[in-house]
Write a protein that binds this ligand. Structure first.
Ligand SMILES: Nc1ncnc2c1ncn2[C@@H]1O[C@H](COP(=O)(O)OP(=O)(O)O)[C@@H](O)[C@H]1O
Ligand SMILES: [Mg+2]
Length: 461
């Protein structure tokens, strides 16, 4: 399932905005990224998508369910009413005739809202939303293990909560809990932890726990490799498929991290192996924690929603992440999109970012830039260096503007053979930035060459 198009009418800054999303014929990738200054409207677009999709997940859970309405303050200040139209490609539905109709792939619904006492220019129409959610409810009724599409929004406020030391109530997690809070507050690490512990309990009940294996490894002599190997095999088949999905996803993003697990002694905590050392997850950096919780949460929800898929990471879905580069080191920003599509190949990603590295390192990313309530599609930024992306796509210089101006003036003086002024500026610049700066070293060389040439000309004349 994927969103093909979203149209916003009178939402925040936008009077009318039509956005086609990837994948499409001319942009086959699974990722659409919005860039633009603070206040350009990136978050408004993701929130509108989440608001509209919340009706689908609500009605999938129950026929008369209600999603989130458009909040009144989101309606443009100068207007009385607003609407969000969504066009989705879903599974083909069987029509009354019993034939599959290819046109039945497309689903379009509109959510409208007007200010109190104002006439609405738009009207809500959720017929297709009902049809689509009804289809999944039917499928689920005939086969409780059928797959459902993931729909999740990770807002900037996504938080990594401290892991609870005690869990009083024990939850049982059902398939539809894959949608729990998925469109409101995003990642809730407490719930992630509870789920992880519950799955691990099942895993340990149905197999041989890590601790038993550890004890046995001491008892079994190294010569009895056959017993050892058999034990490991038994353990591998008993591993919980859902937990394996989460651990695999985390390892793909952070290859030096392995084996996320709940430790029960001396007290309850979540442990992970990092470069061979056992660490409490609480000891990890903010960037590591936020990536683990983001990736772990997507994997966990996919696993819950796809109970019969051999590899739940192959599950279908729509994932929106606001400021995807949040807390991440540049090298992680660089590989992010590639890892997202490799780890979750069937998910459609709709992202926003301030990082030039996110959009320049992966092919087939559809990039839109937002400015003054308008939107523009950018040419592919793949292979561009970060400075060019900053300058061309993000409209900002890669270097401090004052320093850049002084460097430009210096080169102009050298060009005009004005060595006195050039030397003066060079001295000034050396006080401002490191004398080893590559641009300064180059300028010094140029200046020196020119002075030598001038001396030679002077002698010859
Ligand atoms: N009801 C409204 N009417 C007009 N403009 C609005 C309204 N609500 C928000 N805005 C504008 O939209 C902007 C919010 O954009 P946002 O989506 O948060 O931007 P970004 O995520 O790109 O930083 C605000 O800066 C504000 O100027
Ligand atoms: Mg924002």
């Amino acid at each position: 399932m994927e969103v093909k198009k979203i149209t916003l009418n009178n939402i925040g800054l936008f009077s009318k905005l039509d956005i086609a999303l990837s994948p499409a014929a001319e942009s086959p990738g699974n990722i659409t990224v919005f860039i633009g200054n603070n206040g350009a409207g990136k978050t408004s677009i993701l929130k509108s998508l989440a608001t509209s999709l919340s009706w689908f997940t609500a009605r999938l859970r129950s026929e008369k369910g209600s999603g989130n309405p458009i909040p009144e303050f989101v309606i443009s200040n100068s207007e009385g009413s607003a609407s969000i139209e969504l066009e989705l490609i879903g599974p083909s539905l069987r029509r009354e005739s019993g034939n599959e109709d290819t046109s039945s792939h497309a689903f379009t619904w509109t959510l409208a809202r007007s200010k109190k006492g104002r006439k609405s220019l738009f009207s809500t129409n959720l017929q297709d939303c009902n049809k689509l959610s009804g289809h999944y409810r039917e499928v689920l009724a005939s086969d409780p293990n059928s797959s459902l599409p993931l729909i999740a929004f990770y807002p900037v406020e996504r938080v990594v909560l401290d892991i609870p030391l005690k869990i009083k109530t024990k939850h049982s997690f059902l398939q539809l809990d894959g949608y729990d809070n998925s469109l409101n507050q995003g990642v809730d690490f407490r719930r992630f932890f509870e789920w992880f512990r519950e799955r691990e309990d099942t895993e340990n009940e149905s197999g041989i726990s890590d601790e038993v294996i550890q004890q046995l490894s001491i008892l079994i002599e190294s010569s009895r490799q056959d017993i050892w190997q058999r034990l490991n095999e038994i353990r591998a088949t008993a591993k919980d498929r859902q937990l394996t999905a989460v651990r695999t996803a985390i390892k793909r993003f952070m290859p030096h991290m392995d084996n996320l697990r709940v430790r029960r002694k001396p007290r309850l905590y979540m442990a992970i192996d990092k470069d061979g050392h056992i660490l409490n997850v609480a000891q990890l950096s903010q960037g590591e924690k936020s990536l683990i919780s983001l990736v772990g949460d997507i994997a966990r929800r996919l696993a819950m929603l796809n109970p019969s898929l051999e590899n739940p990471l192959d599950g279908d879905g729509i994932v929106m992440i606001d400021e995807v580069d949040l807390h991440l080191h540049p090298s992680w920003q660089r590989s992010l999109c590639k890892r997202l599509t490799e780890t979750f190949p069937k998910c459609q990603f709709i992202l926003t970012t301030h990082s030039p590295l996110v959009i320049s390192d992966t092919k087939d990313i559809l990039v839109y830039t937002l400015e003054m309530g308008d939107i523009q599609r950018l040419p592919s930024q793949y292979g561009q260096d970060a400075s060019s992306v900053l300058l061309d796509a993000m409209d900002t210089s890669a270097r401090n503007e004052d320093v850049q101006k002084m460097l430009n003036d210096l080169l102009d003086h050298i060009d005009a053979n004005n060595s006195a002024k050039a030397n003066c500026l060079l001295e000034e610049l050396m006080e401002e930035i490191s004398a080893d700066n590559i641009e300064l070293v180059k300028a010094k060389l140029l200046l020196r060459k020119q002075e030598l040439r001038n001396e030679k000309n002077h002698k010859n004349s």
